[in-house]
Design a protein around this ligand. Structure first.
Ligand code: KIV
Ligand code: NA
Length: 277
């Protein structure tokens, strides 16, 4: 298969198609996603929870993200990959934001970067776009500012809050974002933003009226069980399969049924000579 470009994403929207994307942080799961036909892979800073066991995404560093992007690219060479800019990597200055976005492209070999925020990050988006990099916006529930939001809380549930989310989405579009991700907002607000913006608008917990859906792999495949958002759906039970597999291995080691003859090397040559050793 030919790797998608930003133009393919626009074409999908034009044709009313829905894009399905997942997060991935390593080579194996990236390969499964590509094999299954995923339209895009996000190397999300949700790796903070899913891979590293943190409570949130705040501790995730640029180096963690770049390493994960490289692993994902090796596993999914023909898939559109988006690198998620971690907390702090675009907040200090416009210059360092561009520097870090460039690192995602040059070192991480991704096709686009995503960053959170609306009105507050328009200068950063404009500067990264000027560097020729495709930017995905991300508004609504923005986990990197969950402390300021008072936790992982859906946004836009009052008229005033909905207006703020809509203004953020418009600001991100006007700053030059080529796609937007809406997270954790009422379906009506998602539908409104989808209707007024000409670019692909994707959702996670933003209802059905979008150009596609993304889920965090920890949620969609049942790997991460510490916290389950309302919008998550479990399509597989990796935790169950893995725990069962480990338990069976432990049992066989203890009882001596593993390794069996097919797992053992034999010697070639004269057994008598070996026995003299
Ligand atoms: O890091 C992440 O997994 C995200 C999700 C909202 C898709 O940004
Ligand atoms: Na993220």
């Amino acid at each position: 298969t030919q790797k998608k470009t930003i133009l393919d994403l626009y074409k999908m929207k034009e044709n009313g198609g829905k894009a399905a994307w997942t997060t991935a942080y390593d080579c194996c799961f990236a390969a499964y996603a590509e094999k299954a036909g995923m339209d895009m892979i996000l190397v999300g800073d949700s790796m903070g929870m899913v891979v590293y066991g943190y409570q949130g995404t705040i501790p995730v560093t640029m180096d963690m993200c770049i390493n994960a992007c490289q692993a994902v690219r090796r596993g999914a060479p023909n898939t559109y990959v988006i690198g998620d800019m971690p907390f702090g990597s675009y907040h200090e200055s416009v210059t360092s934001a561009v520097h870090n976005a460039v690192r995602f492209i040059k070192e991480g070999d991704v096709d686009a970067v995503k960053l959170e925020g609306g009105v507050a990050v328009t200068e950063v988006i404009k500067a990264i776009v000027r560097a020729g990099i495709v930017v995905f916006g991300h508004v609504g529930l923005t986990p990197q500012s969950s402390t300021a939001m008072g936790g992982f809380r859906a946004q836009g549930r009052t008229v005033e809050s909905a207006r703020a989310v809509i203004q953020d989405a418009i600001a991100v579009y006007e700053a030059g974002s080529r796609c937007i991700l809406l997270e954790g907002i009422p379906e009506a607000v998602g539908a409104f933003i989808h209707r007024i913006l000409p670019i692909p608008v994707y959702g996670i917990g933003a209802g059905s009226d979008t150009d596609g859906q993304v889920l965090v792999v920890g949620d969609s495949l049942g790997m991460f069980e510490a916290f389950k958002p309302k919008f998550a759906k479990k399509y597989a039970d990796i935790a169950g399969v893995a725990t069962q597999g480990f338990a069976q291995f432990i049992k066989e080691v203890k009882e001596g049924s593993f390794p069996a003859s097919e797992h053992k090397y034999s010697i070639s040559g004269d057994i008598v000579e070996f026995e003299k050793l």
